[in-house]
Unconditional design. Sequence first.
Length: 136
Amino acid sequence: MAPVCLPDRPRKYYGEEVTVAGWGLLSDGGRAATKLQEVNLEILWMNQCREDFKYQKSWITSRMMCTYRPEQDACQGDSGGPLVRLNTQSGRYEQVGVVSWGIGCASHKYPGVFVKLSHYLNWLVRKTGKSTYCTG
């Protein structure tokens, strides 16, 4: 067992597979999960998120990232949960995002939107007063 780490520096994760986990609804307007759920998604290019889907372009900022996989998504009740990726160099999982918002769940028109955690690395270190990265 090892902790989930923060990225050691800001990166672009476009096209990478990530995993979101949570206890939210199993479908839009559906019932709540009775056990922890997880699903693998793909991080979209920012332009793709702004251009190829139905969100207004101004809604998606540089502090966000979008994920998509047909019929897969976070849902209501998952907000605040982790979006992680396996760092193949370190062999550890890194939290790269936080479930934020979307329209519906698993809609082909609206990808999931997450806080881009790497945008806040300096703030996290300042607030915790110590390194929050995994080393070694």
